[in-house]
Design a protein around this ligand. Structure first.
Ligand code: IMP
Length: 207
């Protein structure tokens, strides 16, 4: 089975590769097909944005006949982000763009910490959300899987692994940031790991 990841985010690609390592799949991303364009994320939910990405890349792949017809081909699109209770659910679907286009991940972490200054520990709840949409390229059959990872926003930046908001997020049941955990531990508890394992279970059960 071939799986094409509809993303240009290196952090996500690396995680999908690790999570799917033990499964019989050939994994590639839109990078490998020379596709550099990205759709505008105009949806108002994770699900809508994942659907926009799925439809956008599906059209390009079909139009240019990029997939290998001799095998089953799945296209996977993912939209994810962090919802922070004290910020009324922000950054949410705007996680990649929080604070504006000119910022990098560390600037965004600093901005969250600044906006959370003075918020007591008990009110620092947050969760990562991952919505995965999958389509079988030949038969247009679509599925959706959602994963959540609960935790809280820390008081500072800790750790250097992972990507995005990992350095300021402390997962429930751990005393360190997501960016301090070994990657395999993150995969076990992450929103992406959970949603991907739901997807794999569905695929294996359907065989
Ligand atoms: P998307 O490309 O619109 O789905 O952007 C998702 C954004 O959410 C990323 O750019 C990160 O800022 C954030 N994000 C999603 N998943 C993670 C994660 O596993 N760790 C840290 N940040 C994440």
């Amino acid at each position: 089975m071939n799986i094409i990841l509809a993303t240009h985010n290196r952090g996500k690609i690396e995680e999908f590769k690790r999570i799917l390592l033990d499964y019989p799949v050939n994994l590639s991303s839109v990078f490998d097909y020379g596709i550099t364009l990205e759709p505008e994320e105009t949806g108002v939910t994770f699900s809508e944005n994942a659907q926009i990405k799925l439809d956008y890349y599906l059209k390009i792949i079909k139009k240019n006949k990029l997939h290998d017809n001799s095998n089953k081909n799945l296209l996977i699109a993912e939209d994810s982000g962090i919802e922070i209770e004290a910020l009324n659910g922000e950054p949410g679907i705007l996680s990649a763009r929080y604070g504006g286009e000119g910022l990098n991940s560390m600037d965004r972490n600093d901005l969250v910490l600044k906006n959370m200054q003075g918020v007591a520990s008990k009110n620092r709840k947050a969760r990562f959300v991952c919505c995965i949409k999958v389509v079988d390229i030949e038969i247009d059959f679509k599925y959706e899987f959602i994963g959540y990872s609960e935790g809280m926003i820390m008081d500072n930046i800790y750790g250097s692994k992972g990507f995005g908001y990992d350095p300021i997020f402390k997962p429930l049941g751990y005393n360190v940031s997501m960016a301090s955990l070994q990657p395999e531990v993150k995969d076990k508890i992450s929103h992406r790991g959970l949603a991907t394992r739901k997807l794999i279970k569905e695929l294996l059960d359907a065989r």
